[in-house]
Design a protein around this ligand. Structure first.
Ligand code: IPE
Length: 272
């Protein structure tokens, strides 16, 4: 059996997070080339991508992470006037972002199989309901891709945001040959001891375990999921299963390649 690597492309890496729905095509193309190189090296790859400006801005405006709210407190947008409408628009925005990624992977000669979570997952957090081994049945023949999404939820909540960081945990748990999990993130080299704007030399934490504190950046203005803190926590859950977990700066293709292939690389290794 080949080794499988689960990789998450952070939303802020692959989109311009300040401007609504603009993909970073240069980054998407260079990461797609790396995925092809990894497959050529003999790895199975399962790709999970984030939302960045394709999901977070509108999801934040309509508080979709809180589920269906009994309040009139929302300001209408020119193209959207209710939470329910926002749910379908954000789902479509995610499909649009995914299509850029799909096209780029296929362009690089990768047979790609897309699994939109709103079609197969229910509820949020890493304990969400969804049959991973059934949905990802073809991961040894195709590069399977899924992403953070708005999913249906039980009860009055009705819907919520399932983060890609939760998806990776379950994929690592339920796909038998996962060897490592790589988070490719934007703007930073890994987990930092203090926020990037106050950065000094030596502030990269090269080996992180859950008892170590850090002042992670979480842009709550635009981010409806958990930022670097969620990645660290989810990474530790995965490391506990004996899977290698790395966070690297996704703007450096060589680092992403090295991380996926288990080579020494600049970044943060997460241990349980
Ligand atoms: C968020 O998914 C999904 C939506 C807001 C629809 P992620 O939590 O995986 O996204 P990023 O990586 O933070 O952008």
């Amino acid at each position: 059996m080949r080794d499988c690597v689960v990789i998450k492309w952070g939303g802020s890496l692959i989109t311009d997070k300040e401007k609504m729905c603009i993909p970073d095509m240069d980054t998407i193309s260079s990461l797609s080339v790396v995925m092809k190189q990894c497959v050529d090296e003999g790895l199975d790859i399962i790709l999970v991508h984030g939302a960045g400006s394709f999901g977070h801005l509108r999801a934040k405006h309509w508080r979709l992470n809180e589920g269906l709210l009994d309040t009139e407190d929302f300001t209408n947008q020119s193209d959207c006037s209710s939470q329910k409408e926002a749910v379908s628009i954000v789902r479509n925005e995610m499909l649009t972002l995914n299509k850029f990624i799909y096209d780029s992977l296929e362009f690089n000669g990768l047979k790609t199989s897309v699994k939109p979570p709103h079609n197969w997952a229910r509820n949020t957090g890493s304990g969400f309901d969804g049959d991973i081994s059934k949905v990802f049945f073809d991961y040894q023949d195709s590069l399977c891709v899924t992403f953070g999404d708005v999913v249906d939820c039980d009860g009055v909540k009705s819907f919520g945001i399932l983060s890609g960081d939760d998806l990776v945990v379950r994929i690592c748990k339920e796909i038998p040959n996962v060897k490592r999990l790589v988070f490719a993130i934007g703007g930073v080299d890994g987990i930092l001891r203090r926020p990037p704007e106050d950065l000094k030399d030596d502030d990269l934490i090269e080996l992180w375990s859950p008892n170590m504190k850090f002042e992670g950046l979480h842009n709550t203005e635009i981010d409806v999921t958990g930022g670097i803190g969620l990645k660290a926590a989810r990474g530790a859950e995965v490391a506990k299963m004996g899977i290698e977990v790395l966070i690297v700066n996704g703007s450096y293709p060589q680092r992403v390649f090295d991380a996926c292939n288990g080579k020494e690389v600049l970044g943060t290794k997460i241990v349980a």
